[in-house]
Design a protein around this ligand. Sequence first.
Ligand SMILES: *Cc1c(COP(=O)(O)O)cnc(C)c1O
Length: 403
Amino acid sequence: MTTRKPDTIMAHGGRDPNAHHGFVNVPVHRGSTILFPSVAAWRAAKQPGSDAYVYTRIGNPNSRAFEQTVAALEGGAGAIATCSGLAALSTALSALTSAGDHILVADTVYGPGRAYCEKVLMRMGVEVEFIAPDVGTAIASRVKPNTTLVYLEAPGSHSFEMIDLPAVTNAAKAAAADPGRLRVMVDNTWGTPLFFRTFEHGIDVSVHAGTKYMVGHSDVMLGVIVANAATEPEIRRFAHLQGVCASPDDLFLGLRGLRTMGVRLREQSQRGLAIAEWLAARPEVARVRHPALPSDPGHAIWKRDFTGAASLFAIELDGRYNLAATDRFIDSLQYFGLGASWGGFESLVYPGDDLPRAVAPPQPAGRMLRFHIGLEDLDDLKDDLNQALGQMHALSQGADAAE
Ligand SMILES: *Cc1c(COP(=O)(O)O)cnc(C)c1O
């Protein structure tokens, strides 16, 4: 059973019908206290290596089922569930750094993850240095004797620049004074355990916003840290010290989401690409940022390292459309909700205004907007985009005429 394929892991992972009166799913074990029949049983449960549940914060059947399924899916040694994707990032970042360390962070990582480095880690005495997404093997010259962590994300949040993850990982480790002390962590929310095989590329830690495709229905916040055997115990110990955990109800829904993630993701991936291609052919659109498009600068790297693409990408509207016109475009969309997050069944649009960048600002031709493509009918989505682009164009024509 060691050769189970991802779809089988998603269907069978974490299930134990015999332990639950034959029920297919692990029921929600809502609770705090776990009772022991005797002092001897309590003492045995607290022995190192015991897999007994002792307290819900430390683990319960729902967290274990979810964690085991995600770890198996991605090929990590273990996984730690958290109450949000950001909590997964902050827990892993704090677990792996100490005062006096130097860390290298891709300029394109998720904004709040970056803010945690700048506002918390730096306050705790960690030196944070940002690197451009195209750093490649030149990362070697940025590694110092005290560099302990490289934190990457590909493609970049909102701006979708690819990073050569294997090249950066290998070069950073080769340049480290003690390769075992330098860990590489990737926010793999876009890649998902299905489309980017983190641990096959020498990466130590993979962090996911479970909130996105894993949950898949925009109704739960959840995060998960997956790590290799050398790193997982360290992060788990730290998570327990921090009191980081996720609620049993949310973990139940997270595991339910995973059951169908494969089909949702493959379907949304195709629809995302279809809409990206359609938008790329529009005169109102200057550029589409989607690494699965052959015209994208990151396409070769994406094609080599990824087996699929999330249904999340960005467009640059033509520079002739001002803020009022592009606001009109967003406001005219009927099926694309304006809101943060993504990975659910429904389409979304989100402005990429004022991205926090230190060394590699994206410099778009016009306003940059991020799209998430859901499971609506493709023709309906195209009709909606078409009418909203028309509204935008009409407003800008009217403005021209009034000048
Ligand atoms: C949404 C997101 C997160 C944070 O997840 P939350 O569950 O919203 O806290 C982290 N990384 C990436 C790439 C994300 O898109």
